[in-house]
Write a protein that binds this ligand. Structure first.
Ligand SMILES: NC(=O)c1ccc[n+]([C@@H]2O[C@H](COP(=O)([O-])OP(=O)(O)OC[C@H]3O[C@@H](n4cnc5c(N)ncnc54)[C@H](O)[C@@H]3O)[C@@H](O)[C@H]2O)c1
Length: 248
């Protein structure tokens, strides 16, 4: 018996990067996985890999910035795979600007995609999880929520918001069999990290005790732990696979 056998997971932003690694790790652990992403073709490629691992997968194109798109996507994922046990709020974007120069639209997009979506996707799955009196919600925050960074005030603020949301929702639903937790990765070698200014990346890696970015496969195990029976006593926690960037 694998640790996630019989469970159905939705992973937002599961078409590539950290989300893809989580989707594949869940499939290896026996879960069925719906990959919800803007990038339909990449999502379908991830689902093909899930099927190669012997799991059931489902690709659904959706924009986590859009409430109707989220609700329709969660509904179609649940009807394709039968139920929902695990939601990973992973989809996210990155941009960089000093606050003095930051366009309001850059701030608003960050809040829409990296924070508001976590509320909307969580709200969309809660009725089913509350009815079955079990569920796992795992939110991907960032170590920058704790530490902050020049040119990333909007990102750090959104990710700190994710932690506050995680703790508050955890309070609301823990006694209904639903756990809500966050993962705060350090720098991870993905398209998103590579899109940051080179000066930021070089400085960040130089200050890291471990001296290198993580691979996506060094982050996914934290999600498997939180999703599995072994993770049942984590409530409102933040797991910090961050290479020592911020030691808490
Ligand atoms: N890479 C890092 O260094 C790092 C560190 C800490 C936290 N994170 C967080 O991890 C998560 C994943 O990041 P990543 O590095 O894998 O990024 P990535 O860019 O490689 O992947 C992000 C995925 O999210 C999808 N996505 C983006 N906007 C979307 C939208 N509006 N609707 C649906 N899907 C959308 C993209 O299509 C992509 O597949 C993000 O929340 C990010 O903030 C990343």
């Amino acid at each position: 018996m694998k640790s996630l056998s019989g469970r159905m997971a939705v992973v937002t932003g599961g078409a590539r990067g950290i989300g893809q690694a989580i989707a594949l790790a869940f499939a290896r652990a026996g879960a069925d996985v719906a990959v919800l992403d803007l990038r339909r073709e990449d999502a379908e490629r991830t689902v093909a890999q899930i099927r190669d691992l012997g799991g059931r997968g489902f690709a659904v194109k959706a924009n986590v910035g859009d409430e109707q798109s989220i609700n329709a996507a969660i509904e179609s994922a649940v009807s394709a795979l039968g139920r929902i046990d695990i939601l990973v709020n992973n989809a996210g974007i990155e941009s960089a600007s000093y606050v003095a120069d930051m366009p309001t639209a850059m701030w608003d997009d960050m809040m829409l995609i990296n924070l508001r979506s976590v509320f909307l996707c969580s709200r969309a799955v809660l009725p089913a999880m509350q009815e079955q009196r079990s569920g796992r919600i795992i939110n991907i925050s960032s170590q920058l929520a704790h530490k902050g960074a020049k040119e990333l005030a909007h990102y750090a603020a959104a990710k700190a918001g994710v932690i506050g949301f995680t703790r508050s929702l955890a309070y609301e639903v823990a006694n209904q069999g639903i756990t809500v937790n966050a993962i705060c990765p350090g720098p991870v070698d993905t398209e998103l990290f590579r899109s940051l200014p080179e000066t930021f990346r070089v400085a960040k890696l130089a200050e890291l005790p471990i001296g290198r970015a993580a691979s996506v496969d060094e982050i996914a195990p934290a999600a498997v732990l939180l999703a599995s029976d072994g993770g049942s006593y984590f409530v409102g926690a933040t797991l910090n696979p961050n290479g020592g960037d911020y030691m808490i």
